[in-house]
Design a protein around this ligand. Structure first.
Ligand code: HEM
Ligand SMILES: *[C@@H]1O[C@H](CO)[C@@H](O)[C@H](O)[C@H]1NC(C)=O
Ligand SMILES: *[C@@H]1O[C@H](CO)[C@@H](O)[C@H](O)[C@H]1NC(C)=O
Length: 516
């Protein structure tokens, strides 16, 4: 989010202060227990969002429970929620929407008509069409593409003779390739170089957290949303770069879509990629998506599916490197390589691979928190009642329209009441022993919230899971991974949960050896 920070900081501070003094109102959640703020200006924000990752959230969850109040900037009360029933309600009831900071950021990064910012019926219709391109059956067709991309990583590892290889760039470029091949039906090199470069710049610069950033986000959230969004037109380099990026994405998107429409006109069958599929009329309804609704997703597709998948893979490799026995067991399962009747590798028939991926998503959700705002005065139900500061038992929490709520996906995924006393530890075995919640479907995958939940849950989660199955199988089949003695890999919250070295730089160095 450097871009937004640099672009608007000088303009927002005076404006924000004025606004703040006029709109402050009594919060309805004052009697929810929580930690004292460490300062008036920044509340608890630095503790929560700056390193060490998750440290205070763990302490506060244990001290105050699955719903606690903390302070944002200037004494504004916020709610942190990790109670499963409350999360389910917030994600599914339609009474909460993306908080202004994310809504605005998504518009800036991905354009005005991308699926993350559309709402209500418009969003539902678009998602129905897109979901059809990401069903289990559709995703299975992409398996050969993903296998080829995965082999490309092995070739690069073979070509390197460095004692400690930073796996981040290899995995990031592989996941970008998977997206372009699967979604657009072309190689990264077939996209305009300008767009590809702009894309990686935008990804790099949106991965930041600092006290300035936190202040800007808060100020931005205080402005009326129409005004906040307009700040992208300020004459700064940063906002210029964002506007250019959205234009480039639209230009590339139109080029791809026109080529595919021309192919269809010439009687050609068209490809099996997501864009081609969405342009073909549905067999039952004879309707297809409007080209502009496909084009408008070009930027969100490029960005949404790459670092997310790459980082989850890094975390799986980190844990496997720390636990050589587990790594060997998984390698044995992979060498056994079960096949389907058609001769394809049957990734879903590898229980330990499955469990390792689920455990990585659980302990290292790439998006540990997300934000919602109440669209009306309402109640949030709780699965376990809490005690208010005045001694009342509350089984639901009253919130006013406009209340900001932080959804603690990471916290939920560590709840002792759900995942057991050892919930903080990486143990894929819990999935094999069925020591995990089975019944209530919260989130699209394995009762996890790493892919969020509800209407705006990750559209690409099945693709992401298959991609991780394929890449982990390929890498562990051929290589062993261990951690170099002189380097560490630590998770750091940079909007995504990024792997970093001791200096806080993005890096995940492994000693990689060929399996003999
Ligand atoms: C391990 C990999 C992935 C993780 C952990 C992940 C996580 C998420 C999360 C948490 C959200 C909700 C955002 C929020 O509430 O703040 C989301 C939305 C989204 N993701 Fe993913 N994602 C992954 C892979 C992918 C892939 C491979 C694609 C594309 C093919 C993708 C495309 C999207 C899109 C388009 C949305 C917006 C959906 C909407 O608002 O309707 N993601 N993802
Ligand atoms: C589907 O739509 C196309 C073009 O609008 C039309 O030519 C075709 O006859 C329709 N097919 C069916 C089965 O309705
Ligand atoms: C792997 O996980 C998927 C999704 O939870 C499930 O459908 C499949 O049966 C699992 N396979 C094995 C062998 O555990």
């Amino acid at each position: 989010m450097t871009y937004s920070a640099a672009a608007i900081l000088p303009f927002l501070i005076p404006l924000g202060l004025v606004l703040f003094s006029t709109i402050r109102q009594q919060s309805s959640i004052q009697r929810i227990p929580g930690p004292p703020p460490s300062s008036w200006l920044l509340g608890n924000m630095l503790q929560l969002f700056l390193p060490p990752y998750g440290y205070y959230d763990d302490i506060w969850r244990k001290a105050y429970g699955t719903v606690y109040r903390f302070q944002g900037c200037f004494g504004r009360d916020r709610l942190m929620v990790s109670d499963p029933l409350a999360l389910q309600h917030i994600l599914n009831s339609g009474e909460f929407e993306f908080a202004p900071i994310f809504d605005t950021l998504f518009r800036w990064l991905f354009g005005e008509r991308n699926m993350a910012v559309l709402k209500g019926k418009e969003h539902r219709n678009l998602r129905t069409a897109w979901n059809a391109a990401f069903t289990a059956g559709a995703v299975r067709q992409y398996q050969p593409i993903l296998e080829k991309v995965a082999q490309g990583i092995s070739e690069k590892l073979d070509a390197s003779d460095s004692p400690a290889i930073d796996i981040c760039p290899l995995l990031s470029s592989a996941t970008v390739s998977s997206t372009t091949e699967v979604v657009f039906g072309c190689a990264v090199d077939d996209l305009g170089a300008e767009f590809v470069e702009s894309n990686s710049n935008i990804m790099a610069s949106s991965a930041t957290q600092s006290s300035a950033q936190i202040l800007v986000d808060e100020f931005g959230g205080l402005l009326p949303s129409w005004l906040f969004r307009r700040t992208i037109y300020l004459p700064t380099k940063a906002s210029q770069a964002l506007r250019t990026h959205v234009e480039l994405a639209s230009r590339e998107g139109w080029r791809l879509v026109r080529e595919k429409m021309d192919a269809v006109k010439q009687g050609l069958d068209g490809g099996d990629d997501v864009y081609s599929m969405l342009l073909r009329p549905d067999a039952q309804t004879n309707k297809s998506l409007r080209p502009e609704d496909i084009v408008a997703q070009t930027s969100v597709m490029m960005i949404g599916g790459s670092d997310t998948t790459a980082y989850t893979l890094v975390w799986a490799l980190v844990e496997l490197a720390k636990n050589p026995e587990l790594q060997d067991s998984l390698r044995a399962e992979i060498h056994g390589r079960p096949r389907t009747s058609r001769g394809d590798v049957a990734y879903d028939s590898m229980p330990l691979l499955n469990a390792t991926i689920k455990e990585s998503l659980r302990i290292y959700p790439v998006r540990p928190w997300t934000y919602r705002v109440a669209t009306k005065d309402t109640f949030i139900p709780l699965s376990q009642s809490i005690l208010s500061t005045t001694g009342e038992r509350l089984s639901q929490i009253q919130v006013k329209k406009g209340q900001l709520v932080t959804l603690g996906f990471a916290s939920y995924q560590k709840l002792e009441s759900r995942w057991g006393e050892d919930s903080g530890q990486f143990k894929p075995g819990r999935w094999l022993e069925s020591r995990v919640p089975q019944s209530d479907a919260i989130g699209p995958y394995a009762n996890l919230l790493a892919f969020s939940g509800g209407a705006h849950a990750c559209v690409g989660w099945r693709l992401a899971v298959l991609e991780m199955q394929v890449i982990l199988s390929e890498l562990l089949d051929k290589f062993t991974f261990s951690l170099p003695v002189e380097e560490s890999i630590e998770p750091r919250y940079m909007t995504n949960l990024m792997p970093t070295n001791a200096d806080g730089q993005k890096r995940a160095a492994f000693c990689v050896k060929r399996v003999l």
